[in-house]
Design a protein around this ligand. Structure first.
Ligand code: HPA
Length: 238
């Protein structure tokens, strides 16, 4: 049952879905971490694959950048294909001085300058939060792997090049850990649709120190993050 933006057939999408922003990352995850992975959708080159991780059926699909793009794919995966556990695996810009390059963040909640959750919630301030079961299972999986992670709030921005000069100071004052561009949309849709969501992020650049990771470093940390997200899904299912 293809949708406007996903060409997968009925039954092609698993209930557990990993969501990187970059479709090439989706392909990399499928090839590197899943068994028997096959491409299930490629509309606009937004690639999606389904395979297994330790016998758990998992789909991995790109979302593109920003809340509007991600919201299209996330909504269709849930409404038309039965996705029930959705985990964003992506990068973020560090804000807090407690957060270092390549650290992993589990996003409890996402503040945002996007209007999507206000539109969903009649102009009131909606608390866009992770599913507690997925969050606690993934935190437990991190501990079991000896991996230290940060658990806290992020900011989902509609602008990568933010025109607001006070943005950084505001995020710091409110002890926001990092900035990225999709999580508030994911959590808002999950709440509306009654499904479960989490974001696992790695710090790819730092807004205070101005550091940036090399692509080689990003690949290594990216692997740790993906393994953690998959182990979290397994722990949650057990
Ligand atoms: N801003 C917004 N999104 C991001 C950033 C950033 O600095 N780094 C990675 N995703």
């Amino acid at each position: 049952m293809p949708t406007p933006h996903i060409s997968a057939a009925e039954g092609d999408i698993a209930e557990a879905v990993l969501l990187p922003g970059d479709p090439m990352r989706a392909e990399f995850i499928a090839e590197t971490f899943l068994e028997d992975a096959r491409e299930v959708t490629a509309v606009r080159n937004m690639l999606g694959f389904t395979g297994t991780y330790k016998d758990l059926a998992v789909t991995v699909m790109g979302t593109g950048m920003g809340v509007p793009s991600a919201s299209i794919y996330i909504t269709e995966l849930i409404r038309f294909y039965g996705a029930r556990r959705l985990v964003r695996v992506g990068s973020c810009g560090g804000i807090s001085s407690n957060v270092a390059m390549r650290d992993i963040i589990l996003a409890i909640g996402a503040n945002t300058d996007s209007g999507v959750n206000r539109a969903r919630y009649r102009g009131w301030d909606f608390a866009a939060t992770a599913d507690y079961g997925l969050l606690s299972a993934t935190a437990a999986a991190a501990q079991a792997a000896g991996l230290s992670v940060h658990v806290g709030n992020v900011h989902t921005s509609d602008s990568f090049y933010n025109p607001e000069p006070e943005a950084l100071a505001t995020w710091q004052r409110m002890h926001v850990l990092a900035v990225e561009m999709e999580v508030a949309g994911l959590y808002g849709i999950a709440a509306e649709e009654g499904v479960r969501a989490l974001a696992v992020l790695t710090v790819s650049d730092h807004l205070v120190t101005q550091e940036e990771t090399t692509s080689q470093e990003r690949e290594r940390t990216f692997g740790e993050m993906v393994t953690l997200a998959l182990e979290g899904l397994l722990t949650d299912a057990s």
